[in-house]
Design a binder for this molecule. Structure first.
Ligand SMILES: Cc1ncc(C[n+]2csc(CCOP(=O)(O)OP(=O)(O)O)c2C)c(N)n1
Ligand code: SF4
Ligand SMILES: [Mg+2]
Length: 349
């Protein structure tokens, strides 16, 4: 059983622990660092996961290491590899839809074998896995949890757009309550998705992840610091990125920023991180963003037509608000103890 300890400086001075210095000499490891995403992707206008992926790679570039990436089937893989590879100087394999976790293990085994043969140093590489929410919460969950259980080095990034977008917007384990998807249609009898979503950081932490975090590309510095931190930590790390999807969310393509900001201010998406400290037998939680004012979730539901049916039903909006309050209640005593309630802070200032 782990003790839970909260950062005393919650919302004020996060990311103070274990933050690696950006590498000045990118040839330090003798490997070719990644470039970040290169041009030519085929994502829709306003797609959040293009920015998210780019920020992950740009953050890893600063580590000076070579990225070995295993990417699961889904929009991100399709839009960055079908015409031409947009992965620049990263080594990329497209694994099977359920296999991202397993491929992370295969890649680390290969890197160790290279090291034993004196051909490379495993230290010179970042072992990166990337998959969508369908590939993570549902079909890839077993491989992911088994990879975490093996305790190997690596970073698993879930690009969460809250449904199976690449195959026509089917509902996943991360789809919000009441959402209209092709497998959870909004009809007269059943009103959209009846399940409440699961939370990947909870699942990963329970399985033994060393570091878990949520992020969004609008707060790019926060996202990039988290990625760099995960790359420096020994053991399995999991970061989940909020990924606006105009196609599946039925939103306008120019409101990426507004939708994300509303998600944060209504607390439909919470920016936080948790680090496991084996030595002291504790998990350190940090809330990275505490909205000044808690806006009602009804405002978040307005800009996305996937919610157009449920937002007309008061009881469904109320239940959505209850889901948010229940999740947020974890942080209330922390905010009270730290007397930062009402402060707004995300560390990309
Ligand atoms: C074993 C297997 N089952 C089904 C598919 C079809 N398939 C490809 S992508 C995809 C949806 C991916 O959804 P998600 O992981 O959420 O990624 P997104 O496209 O939303 O980014 C599905 C069902 C497949 N490629 N392999
Ligand atoms: S369907 Fe959604 S996730 Fe896929 S490319 Fe388009 S906007 Fe991006
Ligand atoms: Mg998805």
């Amino acid at each position: 059983m782990y003790k839970i300890l909260f950062n005393r400086h919650i919302g004020l001075n996060p990311h103070s622990l274990m933050l690696p210095e950006p590498v000045q000499d990118i040839a330090e490891y003798g490997a070719i660092p990644t470039t970040g995403l290169t041009s030519g992707h085929q994502g829709c206008a306003g797609c959040g996961m293009v920015s998210g992926t780019n920020q992950v790679l740009r953050a890893l570039k600063l580590t000076g290491k070579h990225v070995v990436a295993s990417i699961g089937t889904g929009c991100n893989e399709v839009i960055t590899t079908q015409n031409t590879s947009c992965w620049g100087d990263a080594s990329v394999d497209h694994n099977n839809f359920p296999n991202t976790g397993a491929t992370l293990s295969g890649n680390i085994a290969a890197l160790k074998a290279l090291e034993m043969a004196g051909l490379a140093s495993a230290d010179a590489f970042v072992n990166l896995g990337m998959a969508g929410d369908g590939g993570t919460y549902d079909i890839g969950l077993q491989a992911l949890l088994a990879w975490i259980a093996r305790g190997e080095n690596g970073l698993y990034v879930c690009l969460n757009n809250q449904a199976y977008m690449n195959t026509g917007v089917q509902g996943s384990g991360a789809t919000p309550f009441g959402t209209n998807t092709s497998t959870t249609p909004f009809g007269k009898i059943v009103h959209g998705n009846q399940r409440t979503p699961q939370y990947l950081p909870d699942l990963a932490l329970a399985a033994g992840a060393r570091y878990v975090a949520t992020a969004c590309p609008v707060h790019h510095r926060d996202l990039m610091i988290k990625v760099q931190k995960a790359a420096a930590i020994e053991g399995p790390c999991v970061i989940e990125i909020y990924s606006v999807c105009p196609e599946g969310w039925k939103s306008e393509t120019d409101v990426f920023h507004e939708i994300t900001q509303l998600a944060l201010e209504t607390r439909a998406w919470i920016l936080y991180e948790a680090e496991r400290d084996h030595k002291n037998n504790m998990v350190l939680f940090t809330l990275n963003y505490a909205p000044k004012k808690h806006r009602p979730v009804s405002e978040y539901l307005q800009m996305q037509e996937r919610f157009s049916g449920m937002r007309e039903l008061a009881e469904m909006v109320e239940k959505t608000q209850e889901i948010i309050e229940a999740r947020w209640s974890f942080w209330n005593p922390v905010l009270a103890a730290n007397q930062t309630h009402g402060e707004e802070r995300v560390h990309d200032a």
